[in-house]
Design a protein around this ligand. Structure first.
Ligand code: PHE
Ligand code: ZN
Length: 880
């Protein structure tokens, strides 16, 4: 087994010894041998630097030439390895270093640095990809002004793009080559550098900023896909306007460019003025994209655009501060989508994602603080904790301060730190200084890992008309953190009275309560509300005001009451989910004991009440009708997880609900039918979501008429949302009819890679024993491609991450398959491999047989020779 290199620690941060003020890059583009000349103006930053030793970082670099102030550096004055260039004798004053390197974009399967995707040259530099292009001070606190010159064969790359504004372009006389020069006046770290060159289609538009500046907007894509970029363009313009309206932040260059590429390790990248996107987050049309895809395009376009301020104009001092830009920017894109769509439905969807992705991370071996303090491989820290929990922390800050003071803090942060590489301390100080609020306890949210648990107990004293609420917080140990301190948690709440309205109270003691927020700051607090007219049903954690688990002793009938009356739509949804989860947990135990499952009648009543309530928006009703997933149930159980028992309990409950709601499912389905025009807006999407949810619930009965309805729904669909929903319903039910429908779907979209990803995912998530063999067979299918991350994630990622029963087969074959697959992929694309292996993160919570098999598979990976640092890091921490 390979041992790891020394880790990086936050406490070891030192300012850079040298700094680089300007960078001039020249790219002579050629697929196997691109020549890069980097001219850097460098100056010493510390006394230590004046001793003359300069170290620049590289990664698989081939050095071709080195000049200092125009003179070739003698061999005795430098040492170059592929990962480090050391100059031993640089001047005390400012100097210019010219570095010539050769890179091979065609052979770059890691998709970091300069690579080719469908014949297009593109770069990905976050976090540490720039060092694969040239030797550099590749760290986010070195900010330079970049000028980029690109030269390529005209026929190979008619389009030449880089950060900033276009300066000059033209032909190279006497050759079939041409060039373009771009200049970015805003100092930036190397991770925000980008260039793209290729033969691409484009759509263009314009935006006038609030101060009246005219900005050209362009979206590039593969030829023939231009029409699919219009929704992304619309989302971009709405994002630009929203950031002006809500945060007063205006775009700063003359041009904003987005490029959609088909090979990309992540979702998208906020390079200054030149965002590069995974094409799945740009392309959308009704025949190929679902409502969920449209919402994702809108959200990711906004996210990357918002980084222009929170990330680019203000960047991170070091990678430990990643949440400074990511948590804040996720919060901003969530707010944007809430304003564009239904706030309540968006919140439910975001909390579902948080609980599905971040809670298991926080509860397992990969747990880390929102701001980590140690890492081996930074690319493994682009996690749900940094992103999604990071956004929750910003949301809590807003709840604690209130919207006006939150905006004051944001304004001060931007004013103070524009042009800086900042820290979480800088961020919090801006809010504390703008408002006078002490945030020192709140800061623990950035350093303490794990999901806090809150236990709530309430008691009403009829005679005294007082209500006593005890809240106790606790936080379990996580890797490297055994002792935790109480945190400052905003608990949004209401006391629901007998008529369903929130009740007033005369006074409260035992803690600070601002309007509808309890500030929980102690390990345990008892709040006494005086003058409460009747026994309240407590509605706690409204809008999921803190990322915690709440345990509350509340009866089924109170939950039913809350589902009917709570003025907070999130908690109405939560009440039904809680009822369902109790049933599912009990049902799983009954499956294991071989007893017949019982169904809580209050649950059917709650679901029926919401279904029939036409004052509630359809998208909300659809969310309520969707039960917790198998993974949610596994997380709730937390130990000795038997995925087969969970799946059986869930199937049994779905059948009971389907039968219990009876022909109301058909009736509501019919009422929602007949819409043929497709509009991607949230209201139309909500109607489709409800109709598709009803179809799915009806099929839980597996009756011939329900099967026929699902097949008809598939045949009659006039858009991808409905077509895919029918297909998912049929495949999730593992009906024998699935084969023909899946094949028909494949053939219809045989030339559309993004749709084929949906097909691969459905194939991989069928809950049937033959799925693993099918997945293995699909690895050889012509529609699959072993080096494209989207294909890999669609097939193998979905199998391991979203097929609970089949990945966790009792014979361990699912784990062995993932281990074999990962060992092979690791040689070509370590980042994508490491991400796939995160599917093992909850292995310790499995029942003993599966646990042993998962551990054996992990140990086999760990024992392999030549693992990438990415994979070694994930496997080591998962096993620790
Ligand atoms: N910074 C990107 C984002 O969240 C994500 C990303 C990280 C992309 C690393 C590529 C590589 O917007
Ligand atoms: Zn981001």
């Amino acid at each position: 087994m390979k041992t790891e290199a020394a880790p990086f620690r936050l406490e070891d941060y030192r300012a850079p010894a040298f700094t680089i003020d300007t960078v001039a890059l020249d790219f002579q583009l050629d697929p196997p041998a691109t020549r890069v000349t980097a001219t850097l103006s460098i100056r010493a930053n510390t006394e230590e630097a004046r001793k003359g030793r300069l170290e620049l970082i590289g990664d698989e670099i081939v050095l071709k030439g080195l000049k200092l102030d125009g003179v070739a550096v003698p061999a005795s004055h430098y040492i170059a390895t592929p990962s480090l260039l050391t100059l031993t004798d640089v001047p005390k004053g400012p100097f210019t270093l010219e570095i010539e390197t050769i890179v091979d974009p065609a052979a770059n399967t890691k998709l970091m640095g300069l690579y080719r995707t469908s014949g297009t040259y593109c770069t990905q530099c976050e976090a540490e990809g720039f060092r694969r292009i040239t030797y550099f001070l590749d760290r986010p606190d070195v900010l330079a002004v970049y000028t980029t010159r690109l030269e390529a064969e005209k026929s190979d790359a008619p389009i030449l793009l880089a950060n900033g504004n276009p300066v000059e372009s033209g032909d190279i006389p006497g050759t079939d080559r041409h060039f373009a020069i771009w200049h970015d006046p805003f100092p930036k770290p190397s991770y925000l550098f980008a260039m793209v060159a290729g033969d691409l289609g484009v759509i263009t538009d314009r935006f006038t900023t609030m101060s009246g500046r005219d900005v050209e907007l362009r979206i590039y894509c593969e030829h023939g896909k231009e029409a699919r970029c219009t929704y992304a363009m619309d989302a971009l313009k709405r994002s630009m306007k929203w950031d002006e309206d809500v945060f007063g932040l205006e775009y700063d260059l003359d041009i904003f460019v987005i490029v959609a590429v088909s090979d990309f390790n992540m979702g998208a990248m906020e390079n200054k003025g030149l965002n590069v996107f995974n094409d799945k987050y740009v392309l959308a049309d009704p025949d190929a994209a679902t409502d969920a895809d449209y919402a994702n395009v809108e959200g990711v376009i906004a996210h990357e655009y918002f980084h222009n301020w929170t990330g680019n104009r203000i960047t991170c001092r070091d990678w430990f501060q990643l949440c400074l830009k990511e948590g804040l920017t996720v919060f901003r894109d969530q707010e944007f989508s809430s304003d564009m769509r239904s706030r309540a439905v968006k919140r439910i969807a975001d909390v579902r994602t948080l609980q599905a992705r971040q809670f298991p991370e926080d509860g397992g071996p990969l747990a880390h603080p929102v701001r980590p303090e140690i890492y081996h491989e930074i690319s493994n820290f682009y996690t749900p904790t940094v992103y999604e929990k990071g956004a929750e922390v910003v949301r809590m800050l807003k709840s604690i301060l209130g919207p006006d003071d939150f905006r004051k803090g944001m304004d001060l942060y931007v004013k103070r730190h524009d042009g800086d590489a900042a820290t979480i301390e800088d961020f919090l100080a801006s809010f504390a200084d703008a408002t006078g609020v002490d945030l020192s306890q709140f800061k623990l949210w950035y350093s303490q890992a794990g999901t806090p648990q809150i236990v709530a107990r309430g008691a009403y004293d009829e005679a005294a008309k007082s209500y006593k609420l005890t809240l106790t917080q606790s936080l379990a140990a996580t890797p490297g953190q055994s002792q935790k301190r109480p945190m400052h948690m905003p608990i949004r709440f209401g006391l629901i009275g007998p008529n369903g309205d929130d009740m007033d109270y005369a006074s409260v003691s035992g803690g600070r309560v601002d309007r509808d927020i309890i500030h929980l700051t102690e390990a345990s607090q008892t709040l006494v509300f005086e003058g409460v007219g009747g026994r309240p049903v407590p509605s706690l954690l409204r809008g999921f005001s803190a990322p915690v688990r709440l345990a509350i002793d509340i009866s089924a009938s109170d939950l039913l009451f809350q589902a009917r009356t709570d003025t907070d739509p999130f908690n109405r949804w939560q009440a039904v989910q809680t009822l369902a989860m109790r049933n599912l947990v009990a049902g799983t135990a009954e499956q294991i004991a071989g007893r017949a499952p019982k169904v809580e009648p209050a649950l059917i009543d709650a679901l029926g009440g919401v279904l029939d309530n036409d004052t509630l928006e359809p998208a909300f009703r659809a969310q309520v009708l969707q039960l917790p997933s198998e993974a949610d149930i596994a997380r709730e159980l937390g130990q000795d997880v038997d995925p087969e028992a969970i799946a059986a309990a869930r199937t049994a409950l779905r059948l009971a609900i389907s039968t219990g709601l009876g022909d109301r499912l058909e009736r509501h389905y019919a009422r929602l039918s007949g819409e043929t025009d497709f509009h991607p807006d949230a209201t139309s999407a909500g109607r489709r979501a409800l109709r598709n949810t009803l179809l799915d619930l009806r099929l839980a009965r597996r009756s011939p008429d329900a099967i026929a309805a699902a097949l008809t729904h598939f045949e009659a669909a006039t858009n991808m949302t409905d077509r895919l929903a029918a297909l998912a319903t049929i495949t999730q039910a593992a009906l024998p009819e699935r084969r023909a429908v899946l094949d028909a779907f494949h053939d219809r979209y045989a030339n559309d890679a993004l749709v084929l990803d949906k097909w691969l995912t459905l194939e991989a998530t069928v809950p049937a024993p033959d799925t693993l063999d099918r997945v293995k067979a699909l690895l050889k299918h012509p529609s699959y491609s072993p080096n494209n991350p989207n294909r890999v994630r669609a097939l193998v990622g979905s199998f391991a991450g979203a097929n609970q029963t089949q990945f966790n087969r009792a014979d361990g074959a699912g784990y062995d398959f993932l281990a074999d697959f990962a060992l092979d992929l690791d040689k070509r694309n370590p980042q994508t491999t490491a991400r796939l292996l995160v599917s093992f993160r909850s292995w310790r919570a499995l029942e003993p047989v599966r646990r042993a098999r998962a551990e054996a598979a992990l140990r086999r990976i760990a024992a392999a020779k030549d693992l990438s640092p990415d994979t070694l890091d994930i496997v080591t921490r998962t096993l620790a």
